[in-house]
Design a binder for this molecule. Structure first.
Ligand SMILES: *[C@@H]1O[C@H](CO)[C@@H](O)[C@H](O)[C@H]1NC(C)=O
Ligand SMILES: CC(=O)N[C@H]1CO[C@H](CO)[C@@H](O)[C@@H]1O
Length: 399
């Protein structure tokens, strides 16, 4: 995949044309930017784990280390899940005499440098959390507003690789003023640190996020149920045009394995996140992971779809009542297609070639990424499959 078609696609958004025209990208994974953030990270959506969805505030260094161990022993690390991300509640409420944040003595007694050394020794990366406000959302630790320089330097000195940057207690200051200050501070901190903007989609961060962060939340927090999950997917889909290598829409972290949805629903969850080029951040207790959960999040073909180097987020190309067809291009002239049944009864769903941008007479082979098989027949004009209630099929099509 050369850079030219990527540039053409990107330039359909007027706002970005000046940026792209001024850049000379050498490959699709490295569109350079005349802007604040040039850390070279996120050429594909980030993958890993985050503590929040399962543990909330109840975290300590033992959980983080055991999770790093489990990512390796389960084989998830080898599949690409390499960020181990600590969320809210890791720091003391008070900064030290020099103004630095201090890891909570009761829960992170060895400190963050020791923890990052441990996580790095496993071949993984360590992520941390702060807030573009005066206090984090838990109000149990300080935010970084006004302390961006010192916090970025502290994180870099600890060997941190990823920062989730939240939006609570922000004094009513616009995010477009608060977030870039941290971007600059990270760029001056002497270590490439992935910046995950957790601005909840309030001020349409997709429209300006690419110059500021490697990913930006497009939604409020997800909950572990079907309605919450599909509504996050819907809100995130609206901004599909703005995702690209180096900057991704983020509909929030995965709930798979936390118990609030059926297996079929979790398969839908993972399929939509994958085809949407969303960050794949596991949100369950990896130390106690079940076979069903592994079957979903360790599906190599679905992961490969998410990590496809073209980096184009799929869109809804047809909606009829309770069913939808989502589709987007992949590298090597392939097309990803999701047939999704949001209703309460099974139904046949048809993907039509004219919705997918395939010429009507083209005959196509279809790979089913959940059945792990290439269908024996070829398809012309359309592809129809029967889809269970709250179920889906995920195909890769190739002429
Ligand atoms: C799908 O294509 C076949 C063959 O071209 C056609 O007979 C059929 O009516 C189409 N199905 C739908 C649902 O459009
Ligand atoms: C609920 C449950 O089974 N929790 C266990 C998960 O794994 C950790 C460490 O391996 C155990 O300490 C928990 O008891």
């Amino acid at each position: 995949m050369g850079s030219s078609s990527l540039v053409v696609r990107t330039c359909s958004f007027l706002i970005m044309c000046a940026v792209i025209a001024a850049s000379s990208s050498s490959d699709s994974g490295a569109v350079s930017r005349r802007n604040l953030l040039g850390n070279g990270l996120g050429s594909t959506p980030p993958m890993g784990w985050n503590s929040w969805n399962h543990f909330n505030c109840i975290i300590d260094e033992k959980i983080i280390k055991e999770t790093a161990d489990a990512l390796v022993s389960t084989g998830l690390a080898k599949l690409g899940y390499n960020y181990v991300n600590i969320d809210d509640c890791w720091a003391e409420l008070d900064r030290d005499s020099k103004g630095s944040m201090v890891p909570k003595k009761s829960t992170f007694p060895s400190g963050m440098k020791a923890l990052s050394d441990y996580v790095h020794s496993k071949g993984l990366k360590l992520g941390i959390y702060s807030d573009a406000g005066y206090l984090t959302c838990s109000k149990k630790m300080p935010g970084s507003l006004g302390f961006e320089e010192i916090d970025a330097k502290t994180f870099a000195s600890w060997g941190i690789d990823y920062l989730k940057y939240d939006n609570c207690n922000n004094g009513g200051i616009k995010p477009t003023l608060r977030y870039p200050v941290m971007t600059r501070a990270l760029m001056n901190a002497g270590r490439p640190i992935f910046l995950s903007m957790c601005e909840w989609g309030d001020m349409h961060p997709a429209l300006w996020g690419y110059t500021v962060g490697n990913s930006w939340r497009t939604t409020n927090d997800i909950s572990d149920n079907w309605d919450s999950m599909v509504s996050r997917a819907d809100q995130n889909e609206v901004y599909a045009e703005y995702a690209r290598p180096g900057g991704w829409n983020d509909p929030d972290m995965l709930e798979i394995g936390n118990g609030g949805m059926t297996k079929n629903e979790y398969i839908v969850h993972f399929s939509i996140w994958a085809i949407s080029k969303a960050p794949l951040l596991i949100g369950c207790d990896v130390r106690n992971i079940t076979k069903d959960t592994m079957e979903i999040i360790a599906n190599k073909e679905v992961i490969a779809l998410n990590q496809d180097k073209l980096g184009v987020q799929a869109k809804k190309v047809r909606m009829e009542g309770d069913w939808e067809v989502w589709s987007g291009p992949l590298s090597h002239y392939r097309i990803a297609v999701l047939l999704l049944n949001r209703g309460s009864v099974a139904t046949p769903i048809t993907a039509h070639w004219d919705d997918l941008g395939i010429a009507p007479t083209t005959s196509v082979r279809a790979r089913d990424l959940w059945e792990h098989k290439t269908l024996s027949s070829t398809f012309k004009g359309n592809l129809t499959a029967n889809i269970d209630s709250h179920g889906c099929k995920l195909f890769v099509l190739k002429a």
